[in-house]
Write a protein that binds this ligand. Structure first.
Ligand code: FAD
Ligand code: SIN
Length: 517
């Protein structure tokens, strides 16, 4: 087994991984390992924008209040304070590095999304904000001699010795290589792919969370999965996101009888927080016996729509939907994981030498429900912080790295992997979805129990590795959802609709505490 030595290892090349790497490069050599093409990430597809208190009408204190309110009482206040206070510097720095945000005349243009009380969401090229962040951060990293990248390398597991993380094993083609480092930053994004309906790209299979869990790290808030209200619902079209910024600019929701309905669910109507809008859509779908509702922009001026949402406009046209002329069929889809690997304010996990940032991490900023467009900001602020803190570590062990022996793939393995991935995705959607209850969650656990032997193999291909990680994360989300016997934020249980007396407690799970795995 080849061993690669580097001062710092970053796993993942989205906003959080890149921002961490740029900070780490100030102190030593950095290797960024990523399992697909370097830009393939949720970051690349982020549409609506990045929230930051920089407009004349806004203040960090108001951004703080809105974030706390959306999080339904479960945000970590010190983490939110860091996010909103440091956010402006991280964005101004990005602009200095060449980021172009849309402007109205000479001034930055801010849009509004659900649960924001001010226009504070910066956007780029209309609806391609994430692509702009990814472009600028990739270019910045490429200028730094200390940073090297390994694409198409899938992280398998961490190398942990005496409770200290020393790096990770990677699958490069069919070969396992080890990378040893003084500090490792896991920034592998979220886990949307565990649901059959998701806005997330194929790379988001919860790998970093499962990897950290196997190494013994503490996870928190895993029951909180955010479902985005408006993903395209059309035969043979992908579950493409229709940005919440569209509702911010005046788009309306209508049921299949073409009637508006959000006024019956919340005074903020289409701009209520995501959990409320997603559940309202589900109720309306059940009430009208339909599998979708409509997003209606037809009352907005066509030229404005094409200029403001160019990527969404052209993507929908590819599926013969002209959003300027007809209502778009939509329904909710899994979008974002509030929970993850528990960290302190500097991205440090419960394992020495291991840091996480971005959607893999649970810094506590999102509580029970993330405020729209706060995650790109979190990736920048906490990616920077994790990088800065990890760069303080400088001792790399020279002890030999134990071999990592993978299992042997047989001819039928491909089918088995795809069948099982599909079982998990459907099960999570049906039983651990937008509305769950003790019975549905227990049914999911029963099926998972039958799949548990899969967790004991050492998979030999990326698809097989992802399957093990998807199963691990699905079991943890389901268990956390069973443990929280009350409804709050994005976690809604039809068998206990009130928050419950101990609602302020966070659900934490670790390998030691979760005997089911
Ligand atoms: P990602 O950007 O997902 O990057 C993860 C990286 O890890 C990728 O490079 C991936 O290939 C790599 N990786 C994964 N597993 C492995 C492994 N085993 N080994 C090696 N590499 C691995 N948020 C906002 O704030 N504003 C928005 O407008 C917005 N719009 C969104 C639109 C869409 C369609 C989606 C899906 C999300 C959106 N979000 C938005 C959420 C936001 O984009 C993500 O939360 C954020 O980009 C996550 O960044 P990250 O760096 O943590 O992970
Ligand atoms: C969107 O554009 O609706 C996504 C914004 C987000 O997830 O923060």
């Amino acid at each position: 087994m080849q061993n690669i030595e580097t001062d710092y290892l970053v796993i993942g090349s989205g906003v959080a991984g890149l921002r961490a790497a740029i900070e780490l490069a100030k102190k030593g050599s950095v290797l960024i390992a990523t399992k697909d093409a370097p830009k393939e990430s949720s970051t690349e597809y982020a549409q609506g924008g990045v929230a930051v208190a920089l407009s004349d009408e806004d203040e960090v204190g108001i951004h703080f209040e809105d974030t706390i309110k959306a999080g339904d009482g479960l945000c970590r206040e010190d983490a939110v304070k860091v996010l909103v206070e440091e956010g402006p510097s991280r964005i101004l720095e990005l602009i200095e590095w060449g980021a172009e945000f849309d402007k109205e005349g000479a001034k930055l243009d801010f849009t509004i999304e659900g649960a924001h009380s001010r226009r504070r969401v910066l956007h780029s090229h209309g609806d391609s904000t994430g692509r702009e962040l990814e472009r600028v951060l990739t270019a910045k990293a490429a200028q730094l001699k200390n940073i090297k990248s390994l694409a198409y390398c899938t992280a398998l597991d961490l190398i942990v010795d005496g409770g200290v993380c020393r790096g990770a094993y990677l699958l490069r083609g069919a070969e396992v290589v080890s990378v040893t480092a003084s500090a490792t930053v896991l920034a592998t994004g979220g886990a949307g792919q565990v649901y059959s309906r998701t806005t997330n790209p194929a790379v988001t299979t919860g790998d970093g969370i499962a990897i950290a869990y196997r190494a013994g790290a503490l996870l928190e808030d895993m029951e909180f999965v955010q479902f985005h209200p408006t993903a395209l619902f059309a035969p043979s079209a992908p579950q493409f996101l229709l940005s919440e910024a569209m509702r911010g600019e005046g788009a309306l929701l209508r049921n299949i009888q073409k009637e508006r309905f959000m006024q019956d669910y919340h005074p903020d109507k289409e701009l209520a927080s995501r959990d409320i809008v997603s559940r309202a859509i589900i109720s309306e779908m059940v009430r009208t016996g339909s599998n979708h509702v409509y997003l209606d922009l037809t009352h907005l001026e066509a030229g404005f729509i094409k200029k403001r949402f160019p990527r969404i406009y052209t993507t929908c046209l590819r599926y013969d939907i002209d959003i300027t002329k007809e209502m778009v069929p939509v329904s909710p889809a899994a979008h974002y994981l509030m929970g993850g690997v528990k960290t302190d304010l500097n991205g440090a996990t419960s394992i020495a030498g291991l840091f996480t940032a971005g959607e893999t991490a649970c810094t506590g900023v999102h509580g029970a429900n993330r405020l729209a467009s706060n995650s790109l900001l979190e990736g920048l602020v906490y990616g920077y912080r994790a990088g800065a803190a990890a760069s303080a570590l400088s001792s790399r062990s020279s002890a030999p790295v134990p071999e990592y022996i993978t299992g042997k793939a047989d001819a039928k393995e491909g089918n088995r992997i795809e069948e099982t991935r599909s079982i998990i995705r459907r099960l999570m959607w049906d039983k651990t979805g937008i509305i769950r209850c003790g019975k549905s969650l227990s049914e999911a656990e029963t099926v998972f129990a039958g799949l548990k032997p899969l967790l004991h193999g050492k998979p030999a291909s990326r698809r097989a590795v992802e399957l093990v990680n998807m199963l691990t994360v699905s079991m943890i989300i389901t268990r956390a959802a069973l443990l929280r016997k009350g409804s709050i934020g994005a976690h809604y249980r039809s068998d206990c609709k009130e928050p419950g007396t101990d609602w302020q407690n966070h659900v934490t799970i670790s390998r030691e505490s979760f005997f089911g795995l």
